[in-house]
Design a protein around this ligand. Structure first.
Ligand code: URA
Ligand code: CA
Length: 448
């Protein structure tokens, strides 16, 4: 039986579970315009308060996936599995830029659809947009060709993938309905399912820099993502990782690309960023059948990085998407640099005991490196480098970070906010958190 939009909303408002067919009607209404913006907002608010059963969320995810093109790689002549990673938001999180070419160098293919920065979190797409000429929105045929030739392509969401999510997310964003586990689950997974993946690893952040601040809320989100992915036939593992402090030592778009190049060319190793990236890459190589075991994957990743093979894949992707052919050799020629660089000394010497990732993200937004509104223009050059982590010593000779700014005044304002975001103490037993906190598989490790 076909219900009117108001009747569908009414059922959810009263806490009933919608049938698969009713969910299909809602998603069709979102895409064909027969549900008004007000009705979609009311539906989202009803879900926010009443929640969804897992079967409902799985049906919503499936219907949103099928609302547009679902990529099919079976005719692309690829010689390995289609793999991808998703993270629930972060600060100084350049994992994608390192993971994708590393997986490619190990024989996988990564068609990565990434998001833009909003609020305190950075966006992979904005980082890549700081590379001159890099086309972040190629058409589907160029995207497919780059995945084939480089083994990885990181691009933005095209209008043909999961259009239901595009409209629903825009309405959630302005109606205080983003923070709903079933809606987040359907939003993230519909886009990943539309990319035609064989396996996905989820980096679920715990801490002020990501979507979930507490271990409990992060685990609830991860459990929902794992269950709903499995119900839609997508093999997934989740790692819960620390986002109480920034992951990389650079925060800001061109600055993070520089750090990526340093990691890929072996000039920066053993960092928290390196540990998280390797752990996530390991999961993909094992799920994709490219490695026999985690130990096997560890060796493959080490060789891909040490031999320069991962760096070469990154260079190939950048060139194939319109960027410079010699970015890795001549990064200084291409990546913008801000005119003012200000080392920020701490208020007192000591050891860093806490860094508020969210506050650090907001410092970079304030410098012009992020967005307060969806249509804000980003300054790629500004941000922070050498951000010290928990457990590191700081003092007059060791700044807590270096601010990169357009003006002296901007740099001073950022320095004040930065000092407030970093806690320094005498305590030399600062509690350093392991960057990877927990690993979760759907239903005790059984996939189906
Ligand atoms: N990222 C998404 O893509 N969707 C959400 O709902 C939240 C974060
Ligand atoms: Ca992201």
């Amino acid at each position: 039986m076909k219900l009117s939009p108001a009747e569908l909303i009414c059922r959810k408002r009263d806490g009933e579970a919608l049938t698969d067919d009713e969910i299909e009607q809602v998603v069709r209404g979102i895409v064909d315009g027969s549900m008004s913006e007000g009705q979609i907002a009311a539906f989202a608010m009803a879900v926010f308060f009443r929640g969804m059963r897992r079967a409902e969320c799985a049906a919503l995810t499936g219907a949103m996936t099928r609302s547009g093109t679902v990529l099919d790689w079976s005719d692309a002549g690829l010689t390995g599995p289609i793999l991808d990673k998703h993270s629930t938001g972060g600060v100084g999180d350049t994992v994608s830029l390192i993971l994708a070419p590393t997986v490619a160098a190990c024989g996988g293919f990564v068609p990565m659809i990434s998001g833009r920065a909003l609020g305190h979190t950075g966006g992979t797409l904005d980082k890549l947009a700081s590379i001159p000429g890099y086309d972040t929105v190629p058409d589907l045929s160029r995207f497919r060709e780059v995945v084939r030739s480089a083994g990885c392509a990181i691009v933005g969401q095209t209008s043909d993938l999961a259009p239901a999510d595009r409209r629903l997310y825009a309405i959630r964003d302005v109606t205080a309905t983003v923070e709903s586990v079933p809606l987040i689950t359907a939003s993230i997974l519909s886009k990943k399912l539309a990319a035609g993946l064989d396996a996905l690893v989820m980096d679920v952040k715990i801490g002020s820099g990501g979507l979930a601040a507490t271990p409990e809320s992060a685990a609830a989100l991860a459990e929902s993502l794992l269950d709903v992915a499995a119900r839609n036939g997508l093999r997934t593992v989740a790692l819960l990782t620390d986002m109480t402090e920034p992951l990389a030592s650079a925060v800001g778009n061109s600055l993070e690309v520089r750090e990526t190049i340093d990691v890929l060319t072996g000039q920066r190793q053993g960092s928290r960023l390196d540990v998280v990236t390797r752990a996530l890459t390991t999961e993909l190589l094992v799920m994709g059948g490219l490695a026999q075991s985690a130990a096997d994957a560890t060796g493959m990743i080490e060789r891909a990085l040490a031999s320069g093979a991962a760096a070469e894949r990154f260079a190939r992707m950048v060139a194939a998407l319109g960027g410079p052919k010699d970015l890795l050799e001549s990064a200084d020629r291409y990546l913008a640099r801000a005119p003012v660089e200000l080392p920020v000394a701490p208020e007192r010497a000591g050891v860093v005991t806490a860094v508020d990732a969210r506050a650090i993200g907001l410092v970079v937004v304030q410098l012009g490196g992020g967005r307060e509104r969806a249509d804000d223009v980003i300054d790629p050059a500004v941000g922070l480098t050498e951000v010290r982590g928990v457990g590191e010593r700081v003092g007059a000779d060791r700044p807590i970070a270096i601010v990169h700014a357009r003006s002296r005044a901007n740099a001073e304002t950022a320095a004040t906010a930065l000092r407030a975001a970093v806690t320094v103490d005498d305590d030399t037993t600062a509690r350093v958190r392991a960057p990877v906190l927990r690993r979760m598989e759907p239903f005790g490790g059984r996939f189906w």
